[in-house]
Design a protein around this ligand. Structure first.
Ligand code: 13P
Ligand code: 13P
Ligand code: MG
Ligand code: MG
Ligand code: MG
Ligand code: MG
Ligand code: MG
Length: 372
């Protein structure tokens, strides 16, 4: 069995929260080369989206493997060191703990991992996002694996017609459920339509019995109990031969749907599909970005990547996203651009509640008319 892991962290931004410094990328690549040379991993690729570094790795240790997670942790410690040397912004931002213990669960870095038997041809897409939360994958996963208006194969491919099982996490109560789609479609949408709380963790083909997709599902603010930046999630989707075709997997991103994140992690903004070289959110620390790296995996080797959104067919989504961004921005501090109070990552509300306690009075109180 082969495992494909994407492990990612923001260990410092260049400039502000917009990108990763080239010296940090070089350090991560040196580490990945060392890990391939030593035989820890079969192959690896270092990529970034915004200020987050992703280590994309193939290996044979399975998911949640201590050896692989501790390698990623050490690599992120090294890139943090460089970020500190250069005085980069938020050095070590996503490393929430001082010491590694066992695996990365609850430690800050995000990870999506899939274990599978490599098929004769194994096309996968690795999606990396910046300035948003893991629930951002809910809408495209629904479209890819459950919406026949997106995915023709659900109707016309014999191996897809039976549908897919969706594993959904409730991040507030730390419990999970599997929805059997299409039968459970309407039930599932009641939950995953609320992506701040309910997040699709994985998708499985009913016909093939194979896991087709995995996402990183942690929410940093729920781990840390305070705002420490957005989660900037990643996702792996396997394609073709009874799973959705590559074009069906990319298609949802032709619609720049609104996600939570952007400035201070506290605003709705359109999700902008971009080529790798444009994955550097600047305007209002956004709009949130998504890149898609395509690989063919062969004998465990990552053949690629191909930069899948470097395609003029996504230009219209990009134009639309810019219009939507203008529209949202003009709301300034008003919802629905600003997130509802319960979801704000930054807030002055608790201080204000104390400060203004005496000035709030019952609505029946007569307030003296201001002089003038
Ligand atoms: P496969 O069944 O070979 O994956 O064919 C799907 C396809 O490539 C259509 O675009
Ligand atoms: P990151 O999670 O990408 O560091 O973003 C933090 C932020 O607050 C941007 O305004
Ligand atoms: Mg950052
Ligand atoms: Mg980030
Ligand atoms: Mg972040
Ligand atoms: Mg073909
Ligand atoms: Mg074919």
């Amino acid at each position: 069995m082969l495992t494909l892991s994407i492990i990612k962290a923001d260990t410092g931004g260049f400039v502000g929260h917009s990108a990763v410094h080239p010296d940090m990328m070089a350090e991560a690549r040196r580490e990945i080369d060392r890990a391939s040379a030593s035989g820890l991993i079969i192959d690896g690729h270092v990529a970034s989206c915004g200020d987050d570094i992703s280590l994309i790795m193939t290996h044979t240790y399975g998911v949640d493997a201590g050896l692989i997670h501790s390698f990623a942790w050490d690599t992120f410690r090294n890139t943090t060191r460089i970020a500190k040397e250069l005085g980069l912004y938020g050095a070590g931002q996503d490393l929430l703990s001082d010491a590694f213990s066992g695996n990365l669960r609850g430690m800050g870095p995000g990870y999506a991992e899939l274990e599978f038997e490599e098929r004769p041809s194994e096309p996968v897409i690795c999606f990396l996002a910046d300035k948003t939360e893991p629930g951002a994958w809910n809408l495209p996963l629904y479209k890819i694996f459950a919406d026949p208006f997106n995915t023709a194969g659900l109707v016309i491919d014999q191996k897809m017609h039976a549908g897919f099982g969706f594993e959904v996490y409730d991040l507030y109560e730390e419990k999970r459920i599997v929805f059997d789609c299409p039968a459970d479609l309407y039930d599932m949408l009641m939950y995953i339509g609320a992506p701040a709380r309910y997040v699709v963790h994985g998708v499985r083909s009913k016909t093939l019995g194979e896991t087709a997709a995995a996402t990183s599902t942690q929410r940093l603010s729920l781990i840390a109990g305070k705002y420490v930046g957005k989660d900037d999630p990643v996702m792996i989707v396997r394609c073709q031969s009874g799973l959705p075709a590559v074009g069906e997997v990319l298609e949802p991103f032709a619609f720049p749907y609104a996600v939570a994140g952007c400035m201070r992690g506290s605003h709705h903004a359109p999700f902008l599909p971009v080529p790798v070289e444009q994955a550097h959110p600047s305007r209002f620390d956004g709009p949130p970005r998504v890149v898609a790296l395509g690989f063919q995996i062969h004998d465990g080797k990552l053949i690629g990547p191909r930069d899948m959104f470097a395609d003029p067919a996504f230009d219209r989504a990009r134009e639309q996203a810019n219009e939507i961004m203008d529209y949202f921005r003009r709301h300034g501090p008003f919802e629905p651009h600003r997130l509802p109070l319960s979801e704000l990552e930054y807030t002055t509300m608790s201080t204000l509640t104390k400060q203004l306690a005496n000035r709030w009075t019952p609505m029946t109180t007569v307030i003296a008319t201001p002089v003038g």
